[in-house]
Design a binder for this molecule. Structure first.
Ligand code: NAI
Length: 382
């Protein structure tokens, strides 16, 4: 018997109902494999944790996650009136979940804003700990902002900042950039992908984003020379993983015009945030987008949407993002056949046009079903 322990966090808002629909799907996908089981262990976080322990992120939860290999979570609302800005950011920073990974592909039957959504099949690796998202910013007119501006003016002769400006800092390190690209490179090689594209704004931000690009090329050359080739020399080395780079704004055009030429993308934090959602929308799948945040040890799978407060408790939410994140986890564990079964079942459910209201809104002649029924339909298809 091969059993893997998976810690799970129910989440707030629609969390409980999407879990009730999603977990039977994941278990049913494994039921066929007699020797594979998940040992589900619940951890408290969010409103449930606050109600039971007084803390939205109890130390017990963090201790378990520090030693865990696999975890899954529903959405967590941002608690009001506590010192924590966002539980998701707290989890990411404390557990050093530095790589946010989002696969994007089209499910047949979903109507989308583009003519050929089936040409999109990409996996985005977004750096999760640095960049303007590091949280180092100071509101306009505060003593901190004024002090920082004065320092830049006096010490570095900077004249371009208005005195009343708000200020944010954009830290990006060689270490942070290289470990993200290294992870994306390993994935691209393991999955036989054709290319890895570094997405950056290095033409404007030379020492942060430009350096990200350079560190990306360097790590490919230093650590994966035998398996990779730069785009300019690709014709002379067929079969090797092609390393290329695109300026972020051009990448948005490419994603629309020539998506089939891209497979794995590696990006700094902000670019990755934008392009993940843009690509998911392009394939009509914002409500179906799976995701995982990874440290060197922990793979933390999640529903990528929020708590959808207006739907909570009404059996109207789409459990698809959590279900597909479960499939991604099975794939990551190495149980690829079980994952494929889930992808096929979701495909079939959509093709049969009995879907939750968010998907029905993008389809012709679809029958709207509730969260519970959508989960049951997918489970039966397994
Ligand atoms: P949201 O994702 O909850 O809602 C945005 C829109 O999408 C709403 O119209 C909602 O009804 C719809 N929606 C979201 N998930 C859906 C689903 N599974 N099925 C059908 N429709 C769905 O984002 P919003 O409103 O900005 O945030 C609400 C709360 O969620 C906030 O407290 C926010 O901090 C938190 N949040 C948590 C995230 C996480 O835990 N990963 C991610 C994003 C937001």
């Amino acid at each position: 018997m091969s059993s893997k322990r998976v810690y799970w966090i129910e989440g707030d808002g629609i969390g409980p109902e999407i879990w009730r629909a999603a977990r039977p799907v994941i278990d049913a996908a494994l039921a066929k494999e007699s020797d594979m089981r998940i040992e589900w262990v619940e951890l408290l976080a969010g409103e449930k944790a606050t109600a039971e322990t007084g803390s939205p992120l109890p130390e017990e939860t963090m201790n378990a996650l520090r030693t865990a290999d696999f975890a899954m979570k529903g959405p967590l609302g941002t608690p009001v009136g506590t010192g924590i800005r966002s539980l998701n950011v707290a989890l990411r920073q404390t557990l050093d979940l530095y790589a946010c990974i989002r696969p994007v592909r089209h499910f047949e039957g979903l109507e989308t804003p583009v003519k050929h959504p089936e040409r999109v099949n990409m996996v985005i690796f977004r750096e999760n700990t640095e960049d303007v998202y590091a949280g180092i910013e100071y509101a306009a007119q505060t003593p901190e902002a004024k002090k920082l501006i004065a320092f830049l003016r006096e010490e570095f002769g900077v004249t371009k900042i208005r005195e009343e400006a708000a200020v944010g800092i954009k830290p990006m390190s060689e270490f942070g950039s290289k470990r993200l690209v290294r992870r994306a490179l390993r994935f691209a090689l393991d999955t036989g992908s054709k290319s890895l594209t570094l997405v950056h704004k290095g033409n404007i931000m030379k020492f942060t984003e430009g350096a990200f690009r350079q560190h990306g090329y360097d790590v490919a050359k230093e650590e994966f020379a035998a398996q990779t080739v730069v785009e300019a020399e690709a014709a002379s080395a067929p079969g090797k993983l092609v390393i290329k780079d695109r300026i972020a704004d051009a990448m948005f055009q490419e994603a629309l015009i020539r998506p089939e030429q891209y497979s794995v993308l590696a990006t700094p934090n902000l670019n990755g945030d934008y392009i993940s959602d843009a690509l998911a929308a392009q394939v009509g799948g914002l409500g179906l987008a799976p995701g995982v945040n990874m440290s060197e040890k922990l793979a933390f799978f999640e529903a990528t949407h929020g708590t959808a407060p207006s739907l909570a408790g009404k059996d109207r939410a789409n459990p698809g993002s959590l279900i597909l994140s479960g499939a991604l986890m099975l794939e990551h564990i190495g149980w690829k056949e079980a994952a494929t079964r889930i992808y096929k079942a979701v495909n079939t459910a959509i093709a049969r046009r009995a879907v939750t209201e968010d998907l029905a809104a993008q389809m012709t002649d679809a029958r709207t079903v509730g969260c519970t029924e959508f989960g049951e339909i997918i489970t039966k298809l397994l």
